[in-house]
Design a protein around this ligand. Sequence first.
Ligand SMILES: Cc1ncc(COP(=O)(O)O)c(C=O)c1O
Length: 375
Amino acid sequence: MTDTVPPPTAAEPLQVTKVFLPPFEEYCELLRQIWATHIVTNDGPLYQRFEDDLRRYTELANLVCLANGTLALQMALHVLELAGSDVITTPFTHVATSDALIWERCRPVYIDVDPETLNIDPNLIEAALTDRTSSVFGVHVYGNPCDVTEIERIAGANDLKVIYDAAHAFGTRVHDRSVLSFGDISAVSFHGTKGMHTFEGGGLFAGDPELIKRARRLAYHGMDEQKRIVQQWGTNGKMCELHAAMGILSLKYFAAHLEEKKRCYELYVSLLEGLDQIRFQKLTGEINYSYMPVVFRSEDCKQAVMKELRQHGIYPREYFHPSLETVFSDRIACPIAYDLSHRVLCLPMSDYLQQEQVRRICEIVVRTCETQRGG
Ligand SMILES: Cc1ncc(COP(=O)(O)O)c(C=O)c1O
């Protein structure tokens, strides 16, 4: 990878991901600006620069950066005024997707996922509609775009809003544009473990500038644009200058490291695709290569691989588990998501991952799968 990324030491454990940190001096340079101005938050110059950088990178005009991705999801639901309604969503996601719904007093109505793309299955939406349904809330799982065209068609025909949890999907493109340009509103996470981060942080992107204006107001205690008059109740959802400074640098290196992560992803696929115990997520767009999920044929095989990798200091992650319909509803109605949640494993992927490490991981996976086959 580039010379900004020091090689790992042999003894270093290999986690599912490693938070990217830019060269320390570059961060200090931005800190110096904070020390010079004494502006630490409240739409400061670094915050504004970060938003401008994001506009340029995504080619999207309407966005707001917030304190974290979960809050961004909550605000997305809030500005669309969905409280009290039923929202069709996926159980195969991080708990934050359902948390946001519950905080905003929406009822999650889980439908199953497509076994190939791992995203919400649009073919199941219409059967789940009732007169309480307001919207569809999809997740671009591991940065892989939902079937945005079909979801849009169904939403249009049934007068539904569309919200995307794009926590994993910053940088993903589909149909020649940013995935964040689809639906009524998309929420990203800039958590440290994400491909592009601000330590903690999140953001909203919407076609309608009014939605972003409302979210900005909510995140600023309900104040008007001049920050003088309280127009409504709100909260403190702002992103501060320290976080924005990290965002500026993380975005710079995110773009520079994308090709190398893609090469690692493709190397994983080429070394594992011959195994009949493993399959990959079917990709539906140009993803950001921030995750390396594999679906095992059986849970036993996944467990055996996980155990073996751990013995070699490699720590993949069972992500997502459990399937959320088992937590927030009283019946298991999503057999595909339930089954996937027992068989998916995310292998290490990060800006620091090196091709020799991918080869080492794959050797262990192949060897263990062959033993599992009884060979
Ligand atoms: C799919 C998904 N949605 C939402 C979130 C929440 O984001 P944050 O940690 O920034 O609150 C996460 C975090 O990992 C996530 O994976």
